[in-house]
Ligand binder design. Sequence first.
Ligand SMILES: [Zn+2]
Length: 530
Amino acid sequence: MIMNKKVYIYDTTLRDGAQGEGVSFSDSGKVRFAKMVDELGVDYIEGGYAGSNPRDQKFFKDIKKEKLSHAHITAFGSTRRTDLNAKDDPQLQGLLAADTEWVTIYGKSWLLHVTDVLKTTGKNNLQMIADTVGFLKSAGRNVFFDAEHFFDGYKADAEYAIKALGAALREGASGVVLCDTNGGCLPHEVFAITKAVRKAFPKTEVGIHVHNDGGLAVANSLEAVRAGARHVQGTMNGYGERTGNANLVSILPSLELKMGYACVGEKNLRRLREISLITDDLANQRVDARQPYVGSTAFSHKAGMHVNAVLKNTKTFEHISPEQVGNKRHVLISELSGASNVMMKAQELGIDVTGISKQDSRAILEELKMRENKGFSYESADGSFKIMLQKVLNKHKPFFELEGFRVIVEKRGREEPCISEATIKVKVGNETELTAGEGHGPVDALNAALRAALTRFYPEIEDITLTDYRVRILDPKLATRAMTRVVIESGDGKTQWGTVGVSENIIEASWQALLDSVEHKLFEIALEKQ
Ligand SMILES: [Zn+2]
């Protein structure tokens, strides 16, 4: 039965998504992913191409051992071969071997593909669809029919495309899924054609499966729903061949928060960012900071006027509130900053701003502008920003004093590796410590020496790892000599922080960023102990 406001969500990340370039799930990763999107509340999880792929078969076995709370696992395959009975087709036997309650088969609905790819007649193709659905139904399966290239097929020969759907439905398919396999359709076309299909089969569950070749997969999916589709297929983070599939991470909040449909529920949507990040991790993909709704920049505010308005009322510059999809608001510190930016950033960093006077905040802004003129940038250097703030407010207590360091880089022959060594002398209280360190490069060596010097006094810094190191040569036109900006990302397993250093000398710039990294960690520990 089709409930008016319920839209069924069909996740095909493990099948269609896994065909994307570089997307790869381990066997255990697939199971973890399936359990995670089950908890999220998707209705169907397509496990893979059951008929032909031994690795996908393993998933169907593995997932049987798990208890899912809600979702149905579906196995994916195609209509029978042109020249075989359904029961003799090894691919369909494989589909049954997956032993799932639900199966999805794809078949042709575009005559061009029937005659030029399958090299058979339109009539035989309809028979293939009917035979396959009939065979799977008689084996006790529920069947979805994915009509491949449906929209292109409909544009070429609407009557034939509708007949292909009819062939599946007459044999008992539970629903038909309209596919824009080449991904080039426009939203108004998807709307009109979906509407026509709904009219032809008013009692049928109509689904939508679109690719993103025109950058419109999300829009096309939403248009299909507006035209009456109540089953949406897509992938997490939009993984898929070429430019990807419809991105469920955008579709879910759009349907749920903006169009009033019921999919996974507003409560579960709050886990969306987390699930998107874990999916990237499981699939070995780089996180997209600019991803709509869940990206780390999705609710970042930069210009002073913006921030001022957001502080007064978040609706002024935000389309939803970030918490609804588990995201957070960020304030970017930049030279455009007004005093309100600085206060909001301080608040975001957990600094108590109640005691900061107007005069203080102006002083902070002055310091910030002066430093930005020198080439500092605090957009991804929260750690350094915090330390700078403490310094201006006279709350900064140095944890150690540097007496000096020396870095040597040596190459002893053409074939010899480059060796880096650093010595450092620091004073903690009344004690002086002199240590040496080696590393892959001069900064690595300096970091090793600094850690060796401080660990005796502050064992907690052992947890710090440097996760990223970025160097940028700043435009020499702005200064007499080129300046180097170094940004270091550090982590301790629980949190991440960024620090920045600027100098004409790359080692000096790196040192500043390293120093801030360690001081930030020590400062946080001191705060915890208070
Ligand atoms: Zn597809």
